[in-house]
Design a binder for this molecule. Structure first.
Ligand code: G3P
Ligand code: CA
Length: 237
């Protein structure tokens, strides 16, 4: 069971920032998950929403803001005063800081940035393991075509035979179903067809335990410390 810190240890620190990722490492998470979008001048940055209001003190759509403007935003105060001055990371700075340390799940959120993401990854020396994820199947199909050696996982909203077949058809490695659809039977289907199963949408500890009991290969979770404690309690770690 891979413990993947969702936007970092985002229950305890501002999502998609270095403090959240550093805390995930300190908690001994196995991997980090983050979200990639592009600024107006084409710099890849880590931001979940397409607008900056919820997680920074700025305004506007990230695709309309220049990197120089984004760099000046405070991405920490909204969460708690002690994180004031925390910045929105660029993908390049994130990769330089973490790629050699632990596996990464990089979700492509922005549209039309597939080539830029691949270029950024080519610049990384000796990454541990990188998996590109997306809700957009077209994005993953394009990435697999451009860079067949790059691992991909489809964030599907429907965990069924058709979804499994689609991932297999593009040579994908992983299917990422919603936690509530991650049942033992469906995990077995997917594994028998050669796919890893990595759940998303784990909102609370009940959902976390349900995914553990279903036998999935991993999950993204905002509270990696709780998942690690749960796995240790069950002698699964
Ligand atoms: O683990 C995948 C998950 O991050 C997808 O949902 O909205 O948190 O990006 P979201
Ligand atoms: Ca995500």
């Amino acid at each position: 069971m891979q413990v993947i810190a969702h936007r970092g240890a985002s229950a305890y620190a501002p999502e998609n920032t270095f403090p959240a990722f550093d805390l995930a490492l300190a908690m001994e998470a196995d991997a980090l998950e983050t979200d990639i979008r592009a600024t107006r001048d084409g710099i890849l940055v880590l931001l979940h929403d397409h607008r900056v209001e919820r997680t920074t003190n700025g305004q506007g759509d990230i695709a309309e803001l220049m990197w120089a403007e984004v760099q000046s935003l405070d991405a920490g105060s909204w969460f708690a005063p002690e994180f004031a001055g925390t910045r929105v990371p660029s993908l390049a700075s994130f990769l330089a800081r973490y790629a050699a340390l632990l596996p990464l799940a990089l979700e492509v959120k922005g549209e039309g940035i597939e080539h830029a993401v691949i270029t950024a990854l080519k610049a990384v020396r000796e990454p541990r393991e990188i998996t590109i994820t997306s809700f957009s199947f077209a994005t993953l199909a394009l990435i697999k075509r451009l860079q067949p050696t790059l691992r991909v996982g489809w964030l599907t909203r429907c965990f069924d035979e058709e979804a499994i077949a689609r991932v297999r058809a593009i040579g994908g490695e992983q299917i990422c179903p919603p936690a509530e659809q991650t049942t033992a039977a469906r995990v077995t289907w997917a594994k028998e067809r050669g796919l890893e199963v990595r759940a998303w949408g784990v909102r609370d500890e009940a959902a976390m335990i349900s995914v553990v009991e279903a036998g999935a290969d991993g999950m993204t979770v905002n509270f990696p410390n709780k998942l690690i404690a749960c796995l240790r309690q069950r002698s699964l770690r």
